[in-house]
Design a protein around this ligand. Sequence first.
Ligand code: FES
Length: 323
Amino acid sequence: MVTRTTQGTEKSAKAGAYGDEETRPQRVSRNPQRTHAMILDAATEEFAAHGFGGARVDAIAARAQTNKRMLYHYFGDKEGLYVAVLEATYAAIRSAEKNLDLTHRNPEEGMRELALFTWHHFLDHPEFLSLLVTENLHEARYLKRSDKILAMHSHFIGELARYGDRVTLWPEDTRGMLPLDEILSSPSDGVFIYCCGPEGLLTATERQCAAWPVGALHVERFAAKPQPEAAVGGDSAFEVVCRRSGVTVMVPPDKSIIEVLEENGVSVLSSCLEGVCGTCETAVLAGTPDHRDSLLTQEERETNEYMMVCVGRALSDRLELDL
Ligand code: FES
């Protein structure tokens, strides 16, 4: 028996018409939504790995198991695809953000929750971080072309409207740089400053807050703070004693404390390995650390009570740690 499909092709209704069931050609069903999603996934990986300039359209098509024609059909051109990838990655973080209950928290807790959420999102989605780095290099050239991304930010901005004149929005492209010298001109008790953004803003805020009470300023970094040049002759070796585990190791100039400890069976919780997140913070029981992290304040550094062993070294010949 022969039936006619809706596409007008003829095929046998009998399972054995091509011989065994396994040898019958599979009918490839077209699913535009799935193809669209597969192209976006493949493009996200390619752009995250190679940036806008280095990403190859044919590699994206191959990874998405489609052809370049389909890619241009859905997204117009490489730039259109790149903007769509940015929109999709921003949509993911903004949609997850909506689950945060920030409005019922006090400001400090709310800011902490938002910062922690953002940090964890970056850790869980390294591709988003790579895309942000690329866009930073482009000075947000492609981000600015998307109205959708602007609209996503508006939701969060709308949440702030309930605070009236207690909140001031300062878009740099229309109002210029934040006047930090005016905003932070005089230290005030009970006022806390939370700052997150590009390194230039963080450094300027730290400089401006030098005379503020200890603990007033909180900065959130996603990349290591530039550190002073190493001493002439480079780093030197030093001894580390782990008092609790009874292990003593020698840290050579070309290795970090955490690397040598791991090699010798002393495990330390870590995450960023850049002195940014604070996961590896360790109590110092004796000796003088050479702090190279981006977290401890000057006052905390001077107490020498704690150090980040992923980047910190020693100014003394020997360090004794609570490990
Ligand atoms: S692992 Fe993040 S500060 Fe050390």
